[in-house]
Write a protein that binds this ligand. Structure first.
Ligand code: NAP
Length: 270
């Protein structure tokens, strides 16, 4: 098994990553370190580290499996705690290759000079206007749906629905649903200006196109932790990607357990 350990810069993650590396080195017949073309990427940190690893290996999703070790704040994507790495190594020794896959978002950006770019996102993509109000027409499957005015819009995957999307009042979605959720960031809604005012979810064969109408001040496009500022965008389109992210399923926390652990924890019931 070709393994890469992808860690963030915190002292704790560096230490845990180095210990993990030593533990794996005890089995040279089973584990080979290969950062260029790994079968398994073990991230050590939090969700931010996993997002970063995802984008680092985004061209190798067809053969790469991810495992998250949690040393960060939340660790929504991480199945292993830092004190469990002995157990993680034991379980990798008997790993039979089962995976669990989650949907991704594909974003296409059409620039005014005719160029197009495609990006994949694990959590979400967003369009925001740093200054003033973003005015944008939203099309669903080619038909104009609404004119949006507000701070911005996000399009989230099911696993990303617990991140930015949730802060916008979006629903948490099970990742078995190949879908994308559009949510509004502070829309203007009154007698004069009107949007749907609630998140909407599209299925695998649908598209959402956003055509910003006042880009002269510039808009910011984000995809996960990455962003670009531009004044040269004609439209962007969101859809469920053909590609998926695969996690090693030798021990995988069930989605609703993950949500409960991350957002509710151990409540005290009188
Ligand atoms: P960050 O601002 O350093 O951290 C964002 C927080 O979101 C961290 O606590 C992170 O967990 C957590 N997180 C990431 N993915 C998650 C998921 N799928 N479900 C639940 N929580 C999740 O930014 P970052 O680490 O570079 O991450 C970028 C992400 O930040 C974006 O994809 C976006 O979803 C999120 N974000 C949220 C808001 C908001 O809620 N208002 C605004 C902007 C961006 P860890 O502590 O384990 O890393």
């Amino acid at each position: 098994m070709k393994v890469s350990i992808y860690k963030n810069n915190s002292t704790k993650s560096q230490t845990i990553g180095n210990i993990l590396s030593k533990l794996l080195s005890r089995y040279p017949d089973t584990f080979v370190f290969d950062d260029a073309k790994p079968d398994v990427v073990i991230t050590v940190g939090g969700d931010g580290t996993l997002l970063s690893a995802f984008h680092h290996y985004v061209d190798q999703l067809d053969h790469t499996r991810f495992i998250g070790v949690h040393t960060g704040h939340l660790g929504f994507y991480a199945d292993w705690q830092e004190f469990e790495i002995d157990h993680l190594v034991d379980s990798l020794l008997t790993y039979e290759g089962r995976t669990i896959s989650y949907p991704l978002l594909e974003m296409t950006i059409q620039y005014t000079d005719g160029k197009k770019n495609n990006f994949l996102a694990l959590n979400e993509a967003a369009i925001k206007q740093p200054e003033g109000t973003l005015v944008a027409d939203v099309y669903l499957d080619g038909e104009r749906f609404e004119r949006f005015r507000g701070d911005g819009l996000t399009a989230a995957t099911p696993t990303g629905s617990t991140a930015y999307n949730k802060a916008n009042g979006g629903a948490v979605m099970h990742p078995s649903l190949a879908s994308i959720q559009l949510s509004e960031i502070a829309s203007i809604n009154n007698r004069v200006f009107r949007t749907l005012g609630s998140p909407l979810v599209i299925g695998p064969d649908e598209t959402i196109r956003v055509v910003p109408l006042n880009v002269d001040n510039g808009v910011t496009l984000t995809y996960d932790h990455l962003s670009q500022a531009t004044t040269d965008i004609e439209w962007l389109e969101f859809r469920v990607a053909k590609e998926k992210i695969a996690f090693a399923e030798h021990r995988h926390t069930r989605f609703w357990h993950r949500v409960r652990d991350s957002f509710i924890g151990d409540e005290v019931i009188d």
